[in-house]
Design a protein around this ligand. Structure first.
Ligand code: SF4
Ligand code: SF4
Length: 382
């Protein structure tokens, strides 16, 4: 039937993307009880699913933009409702139909990605500045691995150390790898999670063309968000590559004895499971395997580990939004890490790393807990 109003068009998008909601959800409320937002403020997930069933979501509500896509509720929902798909469909409806307000963070991120290929709005030319003086080659046909560092690790002065550590490990292991230059763009993950499907499709097309032209078959990524997007979402559009997260790649290098962590790091370390490596992709063992291979490291588990990992608050495009003090999951996570007695919180995701670095500073816990990406710890030990 022909859609007659923007509101009807929006309802059609919700039916198309979150299609199963109407027949499946039986309003048990498990999603609300599970959602981490309810640790810090009210977030009525069940009620919103009901509004969607009735075709009456409140597009003006701030709630439309809160879901961090952590997948906790999806894994617990007894009816298998694709709750994240429903939130995504709300956002797509708002962006495409102009119903409700789009937050500044979402608008600016989309504008930056569309204009210069990265969410931060940095120039394309600066994307590979982190690699200067490291002797890293530009990817050419015949190389084994493309290293895709993520926009965050490429541009953010606090995170370029992750890209450098990962490249150093590959060099030490003798991997025939390269990086691409200014023409590559953001993988598009937060663009899609915040409802800009058209821009996401353009990014898939642009990146896939660049990878194919360069002869890329295998991509090593530092971000679980790039991992998920390249591995599970690009193939929807026919763009298929072998995708490996750096923690998996490093674990394999250690198993194959291409690198051997030998320098002792006397540290008590705890590990944060990121949502997009853990719940979304079931990668729990390799980061632990890597940490345990370092002489002197004692690995202790924090509350909410593995399948129960508590989101840092950065998924679903929230990494680019301002979250009020008192509502930051990363603050709770920092306290959980400190409660283990660990002096190092190991992470495997740039969003988690950025959020935890901010929380440690704002909570004045820098003297108690350091934040280290797994590759940094390995680079320090080889
Ligand atoms: S957990 Fe699933 S079935 Fe229960 S209210 Fe939420 S979406 Fe509906
Ligand atoms: S995916 Fe996570 S943040 Fe989103 S509604 Fe479910 S539990 Fe809440």
């Amino acid at each position: 039937m022909q859609a007659v109003t923007p509101f009807q068009d929006a309802i059609d998008i919700i039916k198309e993307e979150g299609g199963d909601i109407c027949k499946l959800c039986y309003q048990c409320g498990t999603c609300t009880a599970t959602c981490p937002w309810n640790l810090v403020r009210s977030f009525p997930v069940r009620k919103t699913m009901h509004q969607a069933q009735l075709g009456l979501p409140d597009f003006e509500s701030e709630d439309m933009w809160l879901c961090v896509t952590c997948k906790w509720c999806v894994d617990r929902c007894p009816r298998g409702v694709g709750i994240i798909d429903v939130w995504k469909s709300f956002r797509r409806a708002i962006v495409e139909m102009g119903i409700g307000g789009v937050p500044d963070s979402v608008r600016i991120t989309a504008k930056n990605v569309s204009g210069v290929g990265n969410p931060q709005g940095e120039t394309r030319e600066k994307r590979t500045d982190w690699a200067k003086d490291m002797g890293i080659k530009t990817f050419t046909k015949g190389m084994d691995v493309l290293y895709f560092a993520c926009c965050f690790n490429s541009y953010d002065p606090k995170l370029t150390r992750v890209a450098k550590a990962t490249a150093k490990i590959m060099q030490k292991a003798g991997i025939n790898f390269g990086i691409l230059g200014s023409e590559q763009s953001c993988c598009g993950e937060s663009v899609r999670k915040t409802g800009n499907e058209e821009l996401f499709k353009n990014l898939v097309q642009t990146n896939a063309d660049i990878f194919n032209r360069a002869g890329v078959t295998k991509i090593v990524v530092s971000s679980p968000h790039c991992y998920h997007t390249f591995k599970n979402e690009y193939p929807e559009f026919g763009a298929k590559f072998e995708v490996v997260h750096s923690s998996q790649f490093i674990a394999e290098l250690i198993r194959d004895k291409k690198i051997t962590p030998s320098k002792e790091l006397k540290k008590k370390v705890t590990l944060h499971d990121s949502c997009y490596l853990g719940r979304h992709n079931n990668v729990y063992d390799e980061p632990r395997e890597v940490l345990k291979s370092i002489p002197g490291v004692e690995l202790v588990e924090m509350l909410n580990n593995r399948e129960n990992g508590l989101c840092c608050g950065g998924g679903g495009g929230r990494i680019w939004a301002d979250t009020k003090r008192g509502e930051r999951f990363s603050d709770i996570r920092i306290q959980q890490a400190i409660d283990t007695g660990a002096s190092t919180l190991a992470v495997a995701c740039p969003y988690c790393m950025a959020n935890f670095e901010d929380s440690v500073l704002s909570m004045d816990k820098g003297g108690v807990l350091e934040i280290k990406e797994i590759s940094e710890l390995i680079a320090d030990s080889i």
